[in-house]
Design a protein. Structure first.
Length: 122
């Protein structure tokens, strides 16, 4: 693993940063892995997802593949799409309907639950 990381860092394909805006601008694929803890009524707290959507919408300078983790509540893809569209309207990027894979025959979720693609308005 160490040599794999070192080789890809040296080639410029893998970077590390604590600054989210830098990561959004650099990356072609963005994995959203934020907590969605439940409220007492069972609904999920989606403020962290909204915060990430804001960062992506404001910082994107090119098309991105956005992958949302598989443990988010149903309908979160639609909420993410609306937030990305609202926050990203000044960038000229368009976001498309998310793809939400269903469960397999063994009732095991696929590895991702939402894929959004952004494309420039050119």
């Amino acid at each position: 693993m160490e040599s794999l990381v070192a080789r890809n860092v040296a080639a410029g394909r893998l970077t590390f940063t604590a600054e989210a805006g830098e990561a959004v601008r650099f990356g072609d694929t963005i994995f959203i892995c934020v907590g969605t803890p439940p409220l007492l009524n069972g609904e999920a707290v989606l403020s962290a997802l909204d915060s990430v959507a804001r960062e992506i919408g404001l910082e994107s300078r090119s098309s991105k593949l956005i992958v949302e983790k598989s443990t988010v509540p149903l309908q979160t893809g639609g909420m993410l799409l609306r937030a990305l569209t609202a926050y990203g309207r000044k960038t000229g990027h368009k976001y498309h309907e998310p793809l939400t894979p269903s469960f397999s025959g063994q009732a095991q979720p696929f590895g991702i639950s939402c894929i959004l693609t952004a494309s420039s308005s050119e």
